[in-house]
Design a protein around this ligand. Sequence first.
Ligand code: PNS
Length: 183
Amino acid sequence: MKKSDSRQPERESSGAESASTHRPIVAVYPGSFDPVTLGHEDIVRRTLRFCDRLVVGVAETATQPKGSLFPVAERLEMMREVFGGESRVECVSFSGLLVDFARDENARFIIRGLRAVSDFDYEFQMAQMNRELWDEVETIFLTPEVHYSFLSATLVREVAALGGDVSTFVSPLVLERLQQRSS
Ligand code: PNS
């Protein structure tokens, strides 16, 4: 009896304290987004389940350059249209190091989508390097809905350029831009 009496007030006060001192959870979701796909949209939706504010960052410098289709400004335009209805999402571009971008945005979390084992080496290396560069940052990996687990912007670009149907992989406004590019 005595024991539980002494524990109870402690639990109550720490609970009230954490509720009143809740710091918004801010994350960055970096990538090339050339172009943004429904897989990326899925990861953003999932992140918003636990995040208060998400800054989606189009990198001007990619670790593995893949030959771009859309200039960064146009990728951003598409992303702002796609995520326009979500007030907690902001789309920006960034140059330089990802960890500096995250710090500037007051974000301690980096979100990355992990589709298959083949993604793992590259993602693991980046996460470890980013932690070396800034040990307060945590990389959070989210898996997309299974229908998007094989989807990549690289494949979307290639299939669209060769006249294939990518309408189930990108939003209509991105599809329109892809069609304009390949016509
Ligand atoms: O969608 P991508 O191309 O796989 O994204 C890669 C990205 C943009 C996350 C990565 O290239 C990156 O972080 N670029 C910023 C420069 C940087 O910080 N490089 C060191 C990474 S360990």
